[in-house]
Design a protein around this ligand. Structure first.
Ligand SMILES: NC(=O)c1ccc[n+]([C@@H]2O[C@H](COP(=O)([O-])OP(=O)(O)OC[C@H]3O[C@@H](n4cnc5c(N)ncnc54)[C@H](OP(=O)(O)O)[C@@H]3O)[C@@H](O)[C@H]2O)c1
Length: 270
Protein backbone atom coordinates (compact mmCIF):
# COMPACT_ATOMS: atom_id res chain seq x y z
CA UNK A 1 0.00 0.00 0.00
CA UNK A 2 1.31 3.48 -0.87
CA UNK A 3 -0.06 6.41 1.15
CA UNK A 4 0.27 10.00 -0.08
CA UNK A 5 0.83 12.49 2.75
CA UNK A 6 0.41 16.25 2.34
CA UNK A 7 1.86 18.59 4.97
CA UNK A 8 4.53 15.91 5.45
CA UNK A 9 7.17 18.49 6.42
CA UNK A 10 4.88 19.99 9.09
CA UNK A 11 4.34 19.22 12.77
CA UNK A 12 1.43 16.82 12.29
CA UNK A 13 2.27 15.48 8.82
CA UNK A 14 5.76 14.41 9.88
CA UNK A 15 4.11 12.25 12.54
CA UNK A 16 1.71 10.76 9.98
CA UNK A 17 4.74 9.79 7.88
CA UNK A 18 6.55 8.32 10.90
CA UNK A 19 3.56 6.20 11.95
CA UNK A 20 2.89 4.95 8.41
CA UNK A 21 6.51 3.83 8.10
CA UNK A 22 6.22 2.08 11.46
CA UNK A 23 3.22 0.17 10.06
CA UNK A 24 5.37 -0.92 7.09
CA UNK A 25 3.70 1.27 4.46
CA UNK A 26 5.25 2.98 1.44
CA UNK A 27 4.93 6.76 1.79
CA UNK A 28 4.78 9.43 -0.92
CA UNK A 29 5.35 12.81 0.74
CA UNK A 30 4.23 16.02 -0.96
CA UNK A 31 6.13 19.27 -0.45
CA UNK A 32 6.41 22.51 -2.40
CA UNK A 33 10.19 22.39 -2.03
CA UNK A 34 11.81 18.96 -2.23
CA UNK A 35 15.34 20.36 -1.80
CA UNK A 36 14.45 21.84 1.60
CA UNK A 37 12.35 18.90 2.85
CA UNK A 38 13.87 16.74 5.59
CA UNK A 39 12.06 13.41 5.44
CA UNK A 40 13.05 9.94 6.65
CA UNK A 41 14.98 7.57 4.39
CA UNK A 42 12.78 5.45 2.16
CA UNK A 43 10.10 8.10 1.71
CA UNK A 44 9.29 9.06 -1.89
CA UNK A 45 9.44 12.86 -1.93
CA UNK A 46 7.44 14.63 -4.66
CA UNK A 47 6.95 18.32 -5.38
CA UNK A 48 3.33 19.43 -5.44
CA UNK A 49 1.13 22.32 -4.43
CA UNK A 50 -2.40 21.78 -3.11
CA UNK A 51 -3.55 25.00 -4.73
CA UNK A 52 -2.66 23.38 -8.10
CA UNK A 53 -4.37 19.97 -7.94
CA UNK A 54 -2.79 18.74 -11.17
CA UNK A 55 0.58 18.70 -9.33
CA UNK A 56 -0.56 16.15 -6.72
CA UNK A 57 0.35 12.65 -7.93
CA UNK A 58 -2.51 10.38 -6.82
CA UNK A 59 -1.58 7.58 -9.26
CA UNK A 60 -0.87 4.22 -7.63
CA UNK A 61 -1.95 5.46 -4.21
CA UNK A 62 -4.54 3.71 -2.02
CA UNK A 63 -4.62 6.12 0.92
CA UNK A 64 -4.30 9.91 1.15
CA UNK A 65 -3.85 12.33 4.05
CA UNK A 66 -4.92 15.86 3.07
CA UNK A 67 -4.61 19.28 4.70
CA UNK A 68 -7.70 21.45 4.38
CA UNK A 69 -5.85 24.76 4.21
CA UNK A 70 -2.65 25.88 2.58
CA UNK A 71 -0.05 28.60 2.89
CA UNK A 72 1.11 30.86 5.69
CA UNK A 73 -2.25 32.64 6.02
CA UNK A 74 -4.15 29.39 6.79
CA UNK A 75 -6.60 30.22 3.99
CA UNK A 76 -9.19 27.54 3.12
CA UNK A 77 -8.12 25.29 0.28
CA UNK A 78 -10.53 26.25 -2.50
CA UNK A 79 -9.25 23.43 -4.71
CA UNK A 80 -10.74 20.79 -2.36
CA UNK A 81 -13.45 19.62 -4.78
CA UNK A 82 -10.96 19.15 -7.63
CA UNK A 83 -8.52 17.31 -5.38
CA UNK A 84 -11.27 14.89 -4.31
CA UNK A 85 -12.36 14.37 -7.94
CA UNK A 86 -8.79 13.57 -8.96
CA UNK A 87 -8.31 11.19 -6.03
CA UNK A 88 -11.53 9.33 -6.93
CA UNK A 89 -10.54 9.10 -10.60
CA UNK A 90 -7.09 7.75 -9.69
CA UNK A 91 -8.65 4.92 -7.65
CA UNK A 92 -7.75 6.17 -4.16
CA UNK A 93 -9.70 4.19 -1.56
CA UNK A 94 -9.24 5.88 1.82
CA UNK A 95 -8.72 9.50 2.75
CA UNK A 96 -8.17 11.45 5.96
CA UNK A 97 -8.83 15.19 6.05
CA UNK A 98 -7.16 17.32 8.70
CA UNK A 99 -9.64 19.93 9.89
CA UNK A 100 -8.51 23.53 10.34
CA UNK A 101 -11.15 25.05 12.57
CA UNK A 102 -14.03 25.35 10.07
CA UNK A 103 -15.92 23.24 7.52
CA UNK A 104 -13.77 23.67 4.42
CA UNK A 105 -14.62 23.16 0.73
CA UNK A 106 -12.39 20.07 0.93
CA UNK A 107 -14.42 18.61 3.79
CA UNK A 108 -17.67 19.37 1.91
CA UNK A 109 -16.37 17.57 -1.18
CA UNK A 110 -14.86 14.60 0.60
CA UNK A 111 -17.91 13.85 2.74
CA UNK A 112 -20.06 13.85 -0.43
CA UNK A 113 -17.65 11.56 -2.31
CA UNK A 114 -17.49 7.79 -2.82
CA UNK A 115 -14.17 7.63 -0.94
CA UNK A 116 -13.82 5.94 2.47
CA UNK A 117 -13.33 9.28 4.23
CA UNK A 118 -12.50 10.19 7.83
CA UNK A 119 -12.31 13.76 9.11
CA UNK A 120 -9.75 14.38 11.87
CA UNK A 121 -10.50 17.41 14.06
CA UNK A 122 -7.44 18.08 16.21
CA UNK A 123 -7.67 20.74 18.89
CA UNK A 124 -4.56 22.84 19.74
CA UNK A 125 -1.34 20.97 18.99
CA UNK A 126 1.05 20.53 21.92
CA UNK A 127 3.80 21.59 19.50
CA UNK A 128 2.37 25.15 19.51
CA UNK A 129 4.24 25.50 22.84
CA UNK A 130 7.53 25.45 20.94
CA UNK A 131 7.01 29.19 20.28
CA UNK A 132 7.99 29.65 23.95
CA UNK A 133 11.30 27.81 23.54
CA UNK A 134 13.45 30.88 22.93
CA UNK A 135 12.14 32.96 25.86
CA UNK A 136 12.40 29.94 28.17
CA UNK A 137 16.00 29.31 27.10
CA UNK A 138 17.02 32.96 27.36
CA UNK A 139 15.00 34.27 30.31
CA UNK A 140 13.13 31.36 31.89
CA UNK A 141 9.87 33.15 31.04
CA UNK A 142 6.70 32.47 29.03
CA UNK A 143 4.55 35.45 28.02
CA UNK A 144 0.99 34.68 26.91
CA UNK A 145 -2.45 36.28 27.33
CA UNK A 146 -5.59 34.66 28.83
CA UNK A 147 -4.31 32.83 31.93
CA UNK A 148 -7.85 31.50 32.50
CA UNK A 149 -8.18 29.74 29.14
CA UNK A 150 -7.86 25.95 29.16
CA UNK A 151 -7.16 23.83 26.12
CA UNK A 152 -7.49 20.06 25.56
CA UNK A 153 -4.14 20.05 23.72
CA UNK A 154 -3.39 17.03 21.54
CA UNK A 155 0.04 15.42 21.06
CA UNK A 156 0.85 15.66 17.34
CA UNK A 157 2.20 12.09 17.57
CA UNK A 158 -1.34 10.99 18.40
CA UNK A 159 -2.66 12.80 15.31
CA UNK A 160 -0.12 10.85 13.27
CA UNK A 161 -0.97 7.55 14.93
CA UNK A 162 -4.72 8.01 14.43
CA UNK A 163 -4.31 9.03 10.76
CA UNK A 164 -2.05 6.04 10.07
CA UNK A 165 -4.38 3.58 11.84
CA UNK A 166 -7.39 4.92 9.93
CA UNK A 167 -5.62 4.82 6.54
CA UNK A 168 -3.99 1.41 6.97
CA UNK A 169 -6.45 -0.61 9.01
CA UNK A 170 -9.72 0.80 7.66
CA UNK A 171 -13.08 0.50 9.37
CA UNK A 172 -13.38 4.24 10.07
CA UNK A 173 -15.19 5.39 6.92
CA UNK A 174 -17.79 8.16 7.34
CA UNK A 175 -16.52 9.09 10.82
CA UNK A 176 -15.38 12.43 12.24
CA UNK A 177 -12.95 12.12 15.12
CA UNK A 178 -12.17 14.93 17.57
CA UNK A 179 -8.55 14.58 18.64
CA UNK A 180 -7.62 15.88 22.08
CA UNK A 181 -5.18 15.02 24.81
CA UNK A 182 -6.24 13.43 28.11
CA UNK A 183 -6.77 16.73 29.98
CA UNK A 184 -7.53 20.43 29.47
CA UNK A 185 -4.68 22.66 30.68
CA UNK A 186 -4.25 26.39 31.17
CA UNK A 187 -1.07 28.11 29.99
CA UNK A 188 0.31 28.38 33.58
CA UNK A 189 -0.21 24.60 33.93
CA UNK A 190 1.62 23.98 30.64
CA UNK A 191 4.44 26.25 31.78
CA UNK A 192 4.74 24.31 35.04
CA UNK A 193 4.95 21.03 33.09
CA UNK A 194 7.77 22.44 30.95
CA UNK A 195 9.58 23.63 34.10
CA UNK A 196 9.25 20.14 35.62
CA UNK A 197 10.52 18.51 32.40
CA UNK A 198 13.67 20.68 32.25
CA UNK A 199 14.25 20.83 36.00
CA UNK A 200 14.20 24.65 36.11
CA UNK A 201 11.72 27.22 37.29
CA UNK A 202 9.86 28.84 34.39
CA UNK A 203 7.83 31.96 35.15
CA UNK A 204 4.50 32.67 33.50
CA UNK A 205 3.84 36.36 32.76
CA UNK A 206 0.31 37.21 31.66
CA UNK A 207 0.35 39.50 28.63
CA UNK A 208 -2.48 41.79 27.64
CA UNK A 209 -4.23 40.88 24.40
CA UNK A 210 -2.68 43.97 22.77
CA UNK A 211 0.85 42.98 23.79
CA UNK A 212 0.27 39.52 22.34
CA UNK A 213 -1.14 41.00 19.11
CA UNK A 214 1.86 43.35 18.68
CA UNK A 215 4.31 40.51 19.25
CA UNK A 216 2.59 38.23 16.70
CA UNK A 217 2.43 41.02 14.10
CA UNK A 218 6.12 41.85 14.69
CA UNK A 219 6.90 38.17 14.09
CA UNK A 220 5.35 38.60 10.64
CA UNK A 221 2.06 36.74 11.10
CA UNK A 222 -0.77 38.04 8.88
CA UNK A 223 -3.29 40.23 10.72
CA UNK A 224 -6.28 37.96 9.88
CA UNK A 225 -4.41 34.94 11.29
CA UNK A 226 -3.55 36.86 14.47
CA UNK A 227 -7.21 37.87 14.90
CA UNK A 228 -8.39 34.27 14.48
CA UNK A 229 -5.79 32.84 16.87
CA UNK A 230 -6.41 35.44 19.60
CA UNK A 231 -10.19 35.14 19.16
CA UNK A 232 -9.98 31.36 19.61
CA UNK A 233 -7.97 31.71 22.81
CA UNK A 234 -10.04 34.58 24.26
CA UNK A 235 -13.45 32.99 23.69
CA UNK A 236 -12.54 29.38 23.31
CA UNK A 237 -15.53 27.28 22.21
CA UNK A 238 -16.38 24.27 24.38
CA UNK A 239 -14.83 21.90 21.84
CA UNK A 240 -11.45 23.54 22.49
CA UNK A 241 -11.37 22.51 26.17
CA UNK A 242 -13.56 19.41 26.19
CA UNK A 243 -11.64 16.14 26.48
CA UNK A 244 -12.84 13.55 23.96
CA UNK A 245 -11.84 9.87 23.96
CA UNK A 246 -11.57 9.39 20.18
CA UNK A 247 -7.76 8.97 20.23
CA UNK A 248 -8.08 6.18 22.79
CA UNK A 249 -11.00 4.56 20.96
CA UNK A 250 -9.06 4.38 17.68
CA UNK A 251 -5.65 3.45 19.12
CA UNK A 252 -6.69 1.28 22.06
CA UNK A 253 -4.39 3.22 24.41
CA UNK A 254 -4.74 6.55 26.23
CA UNK A 255 -3.91 9.83 24.51
CA UNK A 256 -0.46 11.13 25.41
CA UNK A 257 -0.16 13.83 28.10
CA UNK A 258 1.40 17.28 27.91
CA UNK A 259 3.85 16.23 30.65
CA UNK A 260 5.18 13.46 28.39
CA UNK A 261 5.32 15.85 25.41
CA UNK A 262 7.35 18.31 27.54
CA UNK A 263 9.81 15.56 28.57
CA UNK A 264 10.25 14.49 24.92
CA UNK A 265 10.91 18.10 23.88
CA UNK A 266 12.93 19.23 26.92
CA UNK A 267 15.99 19.81 24.72
CA UNK A 268 14.22 22.61 22.84
CA UNK A 269 13.71 24.55 26.11
CA UNK A 270 17.24 24.12 27.53
N1 LIG B 1 -1.46 24.12 15.28
C1 LIG B 1 -2.66 23.81 15.72
O1 LIG B 1 -2.96 23.93 16.92
C2 LIG B 1 -3.71 23.27 14.76
C3 LIG B 1 -4.95 22.87 15.26
C4 LIG B 1 -5.92 22.34 14.35
C5 LIG B 1 -5.60 22.23 13.00
N2 LIG B 1 -4.38 22.66 12.56
C6 LIG B 1 -4.10 22.51 11.11
O2 LIG B 1 -3.21 21.40 10.94
C7 LIG B 1 -2.53 21.55 9.70
C8 LIG B 1 -1.07 21.12 9.87
O3 LIG B 1 -0.46 21.96 10.82
P1 LIG B 1 1.10 21.79 11.10
O4 LIG B 1 1.42 22.58 12.32
O5 LIG B 1 1.46 20.35 11.02
O6 LIG B 1 1.69 22.51 9.82
P2 LIG B 1 3.03 23.36 9.71
O7 LIG B 1 4.07 22.74 10.58
O8 LIG B 1 2.69 24.80 9.85
O9 LIG B 1 3.43 23.08 8.19
C9 LIG B 1 2.59 23.45 7.13
C10 LIG B 1 2.58 22.29 6.15
O10 LIG B 1 1.66 22.60 5.10
C11 LIG B 1 2.28 22.36 3.87
N3 LIG B 1 1.69 23.27 2.90
C12 LIG B 1 1.36 24.57 3.10
N4 LIG B 1 0.84 25.09 1.98
C13 LIG B 1 0.85 24.11 1.05
C14 LIG B 1 0.46 24.02 -0.30
N5 LIG B 1 -0.06 25.09 -0.95
N6 LIG B 1 0.59 22.85 -0.96
C15 LIG B 1 1.12 21.77 -0.32
N7 LIG B 1 1.53 21.78 0.96
C16 LIG B 1 1.39 22.93 1.64
C17 LIG B 1 3.76 22.62 4.12
O11 LIG B 1 4.50 21.91 3.16
P3 LIG B 1 5.83 22.48 2.43
O12 LIG B 1 6.21 23.77 3.10
O13 LIG B 1 6.85 21.38 2.61
O14 LIG B 1 5.41 22.65 1.02
C18 LIG B 1 3.95 22.06 5.52
O15 LIG B 1 4.19 20.68 5.48
C19 LIG B 1 -2.73 22.99 9.26
O16 LIG B 1 -3.63 22.97 8.17
C20 LIG B 1 -3.36 23.67 10.46
O17 LIG B 1 -4.27 24.67 10.07
C21 LIG B 1 -3.43 23.16 13.39
Amino acid sequence: MTVLVTGATGNAGAQVVKELLALGQRVRAVTRNAAAARLPAGVEVVEGDLTRPETIPFDGVTGVHLLSNAGADYAALLTGPELVQRAEKAGVRRITVLWSGYRSPLEEAVTASSLEWTVLRPMDFMSNSLVWAESVRREGVVREPFAYARSALVHEGDIGAVAAAVLVRGGHGGRTYTLTGPEALSVPEQVAAIGAAIGREVTYVEQSEEEARDEMLRAGRPREVVDVLLGWKRDMPAEGYTVVRDVEDVLGRPARSFASWAREHAGAFL
